[in-house]
Ligand binder design. Structure first.
Ligand SMILES: NC(=O)c1ccc[n+]([C@@H]2O[C@H](COP(=O)([O-])OP(=O)(O)OC[C@H]3O[C@@H](n4cnc5c(N)ncnc54)[C@H](O)[C@@H]3O)[C@@H](O)[C@H]2O)c1
Length: 564
């Protein structure tokens, strides 16, 4: 199966692309051969200024269109652009430019502005009468117009990306399809060696020969270490093509997830599992899926792996507190093929230090199903929602069971990230809660114990100590509300929850962005005052100003390194 996806070129070693078809922004269109509709739209909709981020936006949109069977939704478009940062144009014209590719109701954008009883136009953002809109009109034939509205001449997905253009679309090169997989051993500058085994036994053999070799999957951590932290690794073993590390299986006791599984793959898999299994079994799956949404942009999730994230053991890892709280186990294999299992909660030993010996590697993760009345929640607070590392994050799980006619907490796990060198378990709090029924009366004592369990010294790395401390409490409070609400709903508890607090249990969602820019343009026969496409906009659409690649991945690759 051929997979088409975006990746960040700055984090993709050339070696790792052997056998893939690389499509860059120049490849999809330029001034001589004609622009791709995606490039054209961005220019027309004034979606660039300095042009630095523009190729990245173009390739993200291109990849989404090429890998979707149907026109994407507006949410999908915004999701696919989330890993791209713009510092000058602003996102409105960029999103506006691409909205024509979405399955959407064009009238939303082309409709006349709302009017109040007096016939005054109402500003969509303030809800108040808006004088500039009175003087302008959304009719494209008028000389005076709202630029962001004008661009929404109804334009269907098919007209843009359908037959007329698809004849020109790049295809996966047949010669690459015919090539066969071969293990790789490449020698680079300064004695660097890059191995790519195709079987677990080859990988274990290489590990036994080079106990100090760096294993690589997505390179999204190692790439940062070598580029920005002066790390040097002489021998690198890419484990991306070892099938045993790519397991994704539904088993009797839970999910079996190979360590080289990419986060984007995991998202897709979890969505399917959640759709197919009972909700009581998949509370952990759901929490991990929701946390992955805020993990990073699409280009990172397409390459970053489950095992890479675990073994990096970053104190702010978004997933490690969840693996611990959900009771996941890690399978570890040594060079003699011996497999041992360790609980995720025992795996993180110190700052970026894990329970792996030099002759061992992480094989897979076993994620247990949740049981009836077992609830799992994820938490993350960062400076901003998308593409940011956590100030504090957490994973929490609580199992409620019936004992002598009472429904009480029988098992609980509360784990915080971002508060110490390793994810911290709130052990005293957990012990206190076992055997209790949750109600408001427990909260004061729980908060006091949480402060003891998760102490943040005044000079704790990361600063903002008071804020981060309050986050640890508020995450628990949200979890308390969530579990109590669920039990109340099932009629098993009757705890009076304050209605004012209930918004705290709703997961964050945001509607698709809609914005308009209102200004008056008076045509005087010159360019002044006209919303004209700037001269370099077309060039920016196709220059490699940002390292954004798209790769066609194909399982059949051969001995040679290809690059185009
Ligand atoms: N750069 C970014 O923008 C960004 C954003 C979010 C997350 N991330 C990173 O994503 C990473 C995810 O993984 P990646 O695949 O890119 O990592 P990677 O290939 O960079 O490897 C990360 C570390 O994990 C080790 N490792 C990988 N697989 C292993 C295995 N099976 N057994 C033992 N050790 C193993 C590697 O040797 C390395 O030390 C996270 O750790 C995080 O740092 C990066």
């Amino acid at each position: 199966m051929i997979k088409l996806q975006t990746i960040n070129a700055c984090l993709a070693p050339l070696y790792s692309l052997e056998g893939m078809h690389i499509i860059t922004v120049e490849g999809i269109g330029d001034r001589q051969r004609g622009l791709h509709p995606v490039q054209e739209r961005l220019a027309e909709a004034h979606g660039s200024q300095c042009g630095f981020c523009t190729p990245g936006f173009v390739m993200s949109m291109y990849a989404l269109l090429r890998s979707s069977k149907h026109p994407p939704t507006e949410e999908q478009i915004e999701d696919s652009l989330a890993g791209n940062l713009c510092r000058c144009t602003g996102y409105r014209p960029i999103i506006d430019a691409f909205r024509v590719f979405a399955k959407t109701d064009d009238s939303l954008y082309t409709a006349s502005p709302l009017e109040n009883a007096n016939g005054q136009a109402i500003c969509p953002s303030t809800g108040k009468p808006c004088s500039c809109r009175n003087e302008t009109d959304v009719n494209a034939n008028e000389s005076s117009t709202l630029s962001s509205v004008k661009v929404y001449l109804p334009c269907s997905y098919n007209e843009i990306d359908g037959n007329s253009y698809s004849e020109k679309e790049l295809i996966f090169p047949p010669e690459l399809q015919l090539r066969k997989f071969m293990p790789l051993k490449l020698n680079g500058f300064n004695g660097i060696r890059w191995y790519r085994p195709l079987k677990l036994e080859q990988l274990l053999y290489l590990r036994s020969c080079y106990p100090d070799a760096k294993l690589i999957i997505g390179n999204s951590e190692v790439g940062v270490e070598t580029k920005f932290k002066n790390a040097q690794y002489k021998v690198m073993i890419s484990v991306t093509h070892v099938p045993e590390l790519h397991t994704l299986k539904v088993e009797e006791h839970g999910l079996h997830i190979g360590s080289a599984v990419r986060l984007a793959q995991l998202q897709k898999f979890l969505k399917n599992v959640i759709a197919e299994r009972g909700s009581h079994e998949t509370s952990s799956c759901y929490a991990i899926l929701r946390q992955l949404k805020w993990f990073a942009g699409t280009q990172i999730r397409n390459v970053a792996s489950v095992g890479g994230n675990i073994c990096t053991a970053s104190p702010i890892s978004d997933l490690n507190p969840l693996w611990m709280a959900t009771g996941a186990n890690f399978q570890i294999i040594d060079v003699n093929n011996n497999v041992r299992t360790t609980a995720a909660k025992d795996f993180f030993l110190g700052y970026r230090k894990v329970d792996l010996k030099a002759d061992e590697i992480l094989l897979s993760v076993i994620l247990p199903w949740t049981r009836p009345y077992e609830y799992v929640k994820e938490f993350k607070q960062a400076h901003r929602r998308e593409d940011d590392i956590a100030l504090v994050n957490a994973g929490m799980r609580m199992h409620i069971t019936e004992a002598e006619g009472n429904w009480i907490v029988s098992d609980v796990s509360i784990v915080y990230g971002g508060v110490a060198a390793v994810p911290l378990t709130a052990a005293k709090t957990e012990k206190f809660l076992v055997g209790k029924k949750l109600d408001d009366g427990l909260l004061d004592e729980t908060f006091n114990l949480l402060k003891e369990d998760i102490p943040l010294a005044e000079n704790a790395p990361g600063g903002m100590v008071e804020f981060r401390s309050s986050l640890t409490l508020s995450f628990f409070f949200k979890f308390f509300l969530y579990v109590t609400h669920e039990m109340n709903n099932k009629g098993l508890w009757k705890v009076g929850l304050d209605a004012a607090n209930m918004s705290a249990i709703q997961s964050y969602t945001r509607p698709v962005s809609i914005g308009t820019q209102g200004y008056e343009s008076v045509g005087q026969g010159t360019a002044v005052g006209q919303p004209m496409v700037h001269m370099s906009a077309i060039l920016q659409r196709s220059l490699v100003r940002q390292n954004m690649l798209m790769t066609h991945q194909h399982p059949r690759i051969s001995y040679m390194l290809l690059w185009c």
